[in-house]
Every structure is written in structure tokens, then in C-alpha cells.
Design a protein around this ligand. Structure first.
Ligand code: ZN
Length: 201
């Protein structure tokens, strides 16, 4: 994994996005702080963007900060609206940037009161849980509505089913951070630089 990650960073990728799943918020288990720490050790200069698809993200702020994460993104569906601002402050207090994610079925109104707070807003374009799912095109409408509400220093990320075939639409809908897993790592190494160039446009 370290070797594959180093390769894509040397061939145009800006950052590594780590999908953390707890088998409860989503029906799958993936990586945790130990794997994040291993990637940090292997790649001291990589920007590690950790996406927590977990029921209680606040429980993992300290461990991912200690594991070398640069960015900690949690789901609006997982945290009480009254706790969101405090959680973002805690994440920043640990030296990380903070992201707020929203699932496809969740109405934009759930994030609207908080859009000014995070460093990044993540619009999920599949229902989270498994890599390799088809892109849900209607989520582009959500990013189009969010984009004008963000400041210039806030990023808009799309995650799920993003590939060279829909990257232009995703960028045109206002996204400036594109996450790609199977469309990139599912290709042979020698094609990955070209995939990244196409995502970037
Ligand atoms: Zn993700």
C-alpha cells in the first residue's frame, strides 16, 4: 500500500484520502489509526485526508491526530447539530483541518447552518460503505447549490464513483477536490498518471 500510494503521489495526486468505516455507521470495516500511522511513517510529507464514516467520530479525533492525519472529515448524519461547532474546534485544536460530509439521501438543509465552519465540505456521490459503486448524478445538484455558499478558502470535495468519464461534470459543478479509488487503483500502475491527469482536467 505504501508503494502504491507513493507512486500516485509521484504521478500527480495531491493527497491520500483514507476511508474509515466502523461496521456500524456503514456496513463495512476498513482502516483505523494504526494504518494511518503506518502511511505517515512511509510517506512523511503526504497530506492524509481521513474520512470518518463512523457513528461516533469525536471518539477518534485524538488517535488520528496522533497517527499523523492532516484532515479529519466527519458526517453531519453522525453528530448532533448542537455538537458540530465544538467538534470542529476540537479537530483544529489538535492541529488538523476539519471537514463536514453529507450522504446522498440527506437534504442539504442539514448542513446549511454549518457551511461556514469547516475547511472542506464533502458531498458523497454514492451511499458510503463500499468502493466501486456507480456515481449518483443527482448529487451534482447539491454541490452546485453549496459552491456559492462557500468562501474562497473552503474546499468542495466529491467522493464516490468519480472517474475520468464524469470528472468534468464534477469540476463544473464546483468541486475542487476529487476523490477516486477504484477508477485509479483499479488500473495498472502505468495508466495511473494518465487517470489523474484526466481527473484534474
Ligand atoms: Zn471517502
Amino acid at each position: 500500500m505504501g508503494s502504491d500510494c507513493k507512486h500516485v503521489l509521484e504521478h500527480g495526486a495531491d493527497l491520500l484520502h483514507l476511508d474509515v468505516m466502523d461496521g456500524h455507521f456503514v456496513p463495512n470495516l476498513t482502516m483505523g489509526p494504526a494504518l494511518c500511522a503506518s502511511l505517515r511513517k512511509a510517506l512523511p510529507d503526504a497530506y492524509l485526508d481521513v474520512h470518518l464514516m463512523v457513528t461516533d467520530p469525536g471518539q477518534y479525533v485524538d488517535s488520528f491526530a496522533a497517527a499523523g492525519a492532516n484532515h479529519f472529515c466527519f458526517h453531519v448524519e453522525a453528530v448532533s447539530p448542537t455538537d458540530i461547532a465544538a467538534l470542529i474546534a476540537r479537530i483544529r485544536g489538535k492541529g488538523m483541518e476539519a471537514g463536514l460530509a453529507i450522504n446522498p439521501p440527506t437534504d442539504l438543509s442539514a448542513t446549511e447552518p454549518f457551511l461556514h465552519l469547516p475547511d472542506l465540505v464533502l458531498v458523497m456521490s454514492v451511499n458510503p460503505g463500499f468502493s466501486g459503486q456507480s456515481f449518483i448524478g443527482s448529487t451534482l445538484e447539491k454541490t452546485r447549490r453549496i459552491k456559492p455558499r462557500l468562501r474562497r478558502d473552503q474546499r468542495l470535495q466529491m467522493d464516490g464513483g468519480v472517474s475520468p468519464s464524469n470528472a468534468r461534470e464534477v469540476r463544473d459543478a464546483g468541486c475542487d477536490v476529487l476523490v477516486s479509488a477504484s477508477a485509479l487503483f483499479g488500473r495498472p500502475r502505468e495508466e495511473r498518471g494518465d487517470v489523474i491527469a484526466k481527473l484534474r482536467g
